[in-house]
Write a protein that binds this ligand. Sequence first.
Ligand code: GDP
Ligand code: MN
Length: 379
Amino acid sequence: MDLYEHQARELFEEHGIVVPRAEVTDSPERAREIARALGGRVVVKAQVKTGGRGKAGGVRLAADPAEAEQAARRILGMDIKGHTVGTVMLAEPCDIGREFYVSYVLDRASGGFLAIASAEGGTEIEEVAARRPEAVARIPVDPVAGVHTATAVRIADAAGLPPQTVDTLVRLWKVLVREDALLVEVNPLVRTVEGRIVALDGKVTLDDNARFRRSRWGDEKPASDSLEARAGAKGLNYVKLDGEVGVIGNGAGLVMSTLDVVAGCGARPANFLDIGGGASARVMADGLSVVLSDPDVKSVLVNVFGGITACDAVADGIVRALDEVRPTKPLVVRLDGNNAARGRALLDARAHPLVEQATTMDGAARRAARLATAAPTAG
Ligand code: GDP
Ligand code: MN
């Protein structure tokens, strides 16, 4: 689970990292009062769980409380990369001397963590990383040893950060460990013109596997009625992607390779949806209804290799979903493995005009890709 900037800011503050004074609201009138309490000049910042807010116009400097109210009015309700702004944070502004980038992130490949740091932080960090990777230091962190002063000094040295950042680097590691985070990122970490080190922005991703010992952020339900929120509410493993072929399968590995095969056929997957092992008809019906309600989806590929999941249960789910959601988009279904023959027979018996079956994964992907990319015929 990602935290909002203001939640990350709160965690940083609790661990002794210097952050600007700030407060959150969903009301422009209240924004004016907060600005007054903070001394008049403030930065008004959209609270959305995505980066690039500055470039999208979601971060504005206001010279006085009236401007803060106006800025809040403009930012609230704004859409930033598909996230609607519901709250803004008003923060005391900093006079920035330099902007740095620092983060710790889980590195699954090495089974450890990585410290990533750069003396060229700020909104252009991605361009810096792409064009001049040598300007971004990547230092492995042993998860057991952690980051104490000596390691923090090495990180700062490697990235060209001033020695005053060492304390922040040590504290940031404590945030990661104590809060069960997979990622903590500060961009920008600034040195103000007065020489103070301040975390001006924060991103924290918590490990959902540690949720049981972290009631603090609650079981926050996403406020939006996005597809991901709907899928989440039904307990589905769903990730929205950019393409047009809806993909449903059982097992994360199979679904991942299905995404690749779809891409190999010249189409783009619209989502990842893993109905899991032992998936019931109910899960299949829920999954199909989420995928079919995605307006970007032009065709759906159901790829199931029955192991624990019996293909007839999957087929039963598809038949149920057909009655519930009345699809207007074609489905290609490939069933193989446990009870495949009974599953196929169930679908044959239903004989839905929009459902066709394929015997191989490649064949199914080719067909679904074709259905999604073929120009619609006239009439
Ligand atoms: P992001 O675009 O979502 O990463 O939002 P940030 O919080 O990082 O803000 C984007 C940029 O706005 C920062 O890189 C800063 O350059 C600028 N900014 C943010 N807060 C302040 C501030 O207090 N003072 C000044 N001068 N600039 C700020
Ligand atoms: Mn930022």
